[in-house]
Design a protein around this ligand. Sequence first.
Ligand code: NDP
Length: 246
Amino acid sequence: MSERGPAVVTGGSRGIGRAVAVQLAADGYDIAFCYRLGGDAAVQTEKEIRDLGVECYHAPCDVADLSSVQAFLGTVEEKLGDTAVLVNSAGIVKDNPMVLMPAADWHAVIDTNLSGTYNFCRSAVFGFMKRKSGTIVNISSVAGVFGNPTQTNYSAAKSGIHGMSRALSKEVAKYGIRVNVVAPGFIDTDMTSGLTDKARKAALGMIPMKRIGSPENVSDLVSFLVSERASYITGQVIQVDGGIAF
Ligand code: NDP
C-alpha cells in the first residue's frame, strides 16, 4: 500500500475511465476502480495497472445505487487506505428525440451519469473534509455544454454535473479540496464505436481538428488536474474536444 491514498475511478474497466486509471497508476497512485459488468476488460485493465508497480482493487458496483457505492468505498479504504483522488467516469447513453424517449431511458441516464456522480462525491467528501485534502474530477461531456439533439437525458445529466461540481467546489475549497469537470467531445471508445459512417462524418464536420480524440487525450488532463500543478484550479469545466462547435 502506498503512503499516498488511492485514486478511485468509476467506470474504470473500459474507455476513458480505463485510460484515467492506467495514467494515474503511472503517476504512482494505487488504483481502485468499479464497473457494472467488468468481465475481461476489467481483468486486462488490472494487469496494466499492476504492471506499473502499484496496487489495484476492482469490483462491480452500480454507481446508481448509494448503498453499493458506500460498501465499495468501505472496502477500498480497508484494502488501500483513505481515498486521495476521485474520478467519476461511469456513464451510459440511451439516445432518442425527446418525443420518442421512454421515461425509463430518461431515468436510467440521469441515475447513472448524474446521481452516480452524486453518490460517489457524497460518500467520499466527508472523509476528504476530515483529512483536509482530496481532489475530484467528474467527467461530463460537450453535450452538457451545448445540448445535443437526441440526447436530452444525457445533456441534462451532464449539465447537472457542471452545476453540482461548481457548487461543491465552493463548499469544500476551504478544506483544501478541489473539484473540477472534464467535458470531452467525441472520443474513440465503445460508446462511440456504434456511430454510423454518416454520424461519424457529421461529427468530424463539427471538429476543427478533424479527428476523433483518444481516451489518453482526456486522461492527460485528468492527471494534470489531480496533481499539485493544478493546485489553484477548482470549480472549472474544461473541454477536451478538438475545438468542437455545435
Ligand atoms: P464506455 O462505454 O467505453 O465505458 C463506460 C464505463 O462505465 C464502463 O467501465 C462501464 O462498466 C461503466 N459503467 C456504465 N454504467 C455503470 C454503472 N451503472 N455503474 C458502474 N459502472 C458503470 O464509455 P466511455 O469511456 O466512452 O465514457 C466514459 C465517460 O465519458 C462517460 O461518463 C461518458 O458519458 C463520457 N463521455 C464520453 C465521450 C465519448 O465520446 N466516448 C464523450 C463525452 C463524454 P461495464 O463495462 O461493466 O458496463
